[in-house]
Design a protein around this ligand. Sequence first.
Ligand code: FA5
Length: 341
Amino acid sequence: MSLDKFISTLDQLEKDALDSFESAADADAVEETRVRFLGAKKGALKDVQKMMGGIDPSDRKAAGMRLNAFKTKLQESFEASQSRLGGGEASGIDPTFDATLPGIRPNVGHIHPITQTINHLMEIMGRMGFEAAEGPEVEDPWHNFVALNIPEDHPARDPLDNFYLATASATQAGSEGSQLLRSQTSTVQIRVMEQHQPPIRVISLGRVYRPDAPDATHYPMFHQMEGLYVDKHVTMANLKTVLRVFATNYLGGDVQIRFRPSFFPFTEPSVEVDFLWNDTWIEFGGAGMVDPAVFEAVGYDPEKVSGFAFGLGVERLCMRRHGITDIRDLYSGDLRFLRQF
Ligand code: FA5
């Protein structure tokens, strides 16, 4: 077959196909035209491709180019007729679907600000060599009180100040046998010292529970960061340095630290720890030198070792760093609040 003949055949076919696509009145007519011209089995395109075999080799290149143009034209005309008829329907695509619109992001959630704070605190204290330690949230009176030098008649053991659990074996709430939700992470000090010999350098971050009425700075469930350092010749100066380095790293800038005399049964001397930040002194927790009675309770010799301990409120730290004014926002479950962190 001559090149001229081939080209005129294609011209005619192309015209027929384009007319047919353009005049197609519905999706069925478009599909029928597509099969007639572009169909893989019996379409005109198939015949034309066969004709290529009879073309003189020297004319093949020109014939091939014409064939490619033919295919492109027909394909474009097919697609144009589809969209003219809202023809996406024929291929099962919603005609109102616009692939250029931005998609809907799946809501994958993220880590709660208190968990973020806990991770951050562990990282800072880890850099100072403090290892993470854990203890149970349901405690016995030995770890929550007795070993911490809080005797049976101490007001801290009052049933009104603690969440005692009703168990079959429980005797009267507040007495030696009854379990409770731990009211402080100082319980972990005891658990660590019972299992390990000095030197000890641990922190424990976890939930504690107290029947405090919720307000802007109190919640019945909150978190504490407990620190314990036991070795030879540990002093208050070490305690102050660790807390100052911690506060400077966590809050940023050069944070001043202040100790106010206080009382905790398990430390002697005891202090309240305040940080000066943005011109305001804020109380973050308690601290002190481990009381000899505590060392005796865990079988250490208070003549040979000394140590410091501290307990800071994690929510207060998080609130200060992020400018949160009400602790209840952290636990309201309001995603508009949580998404900001
Ligand atoms: C204690 O719990 C001591 N165990 C701290 C301690 C540890 C002293 C080791 C000495 C040695 P306190 O009851 O003051 O101390 O609580 C410590 C901090 O927990 C408070 O300063 C405050 O930041 C936080 N806190 C206390 N109650 C609540 C509450 N209801 N809601 C939120 N945070 C609280």
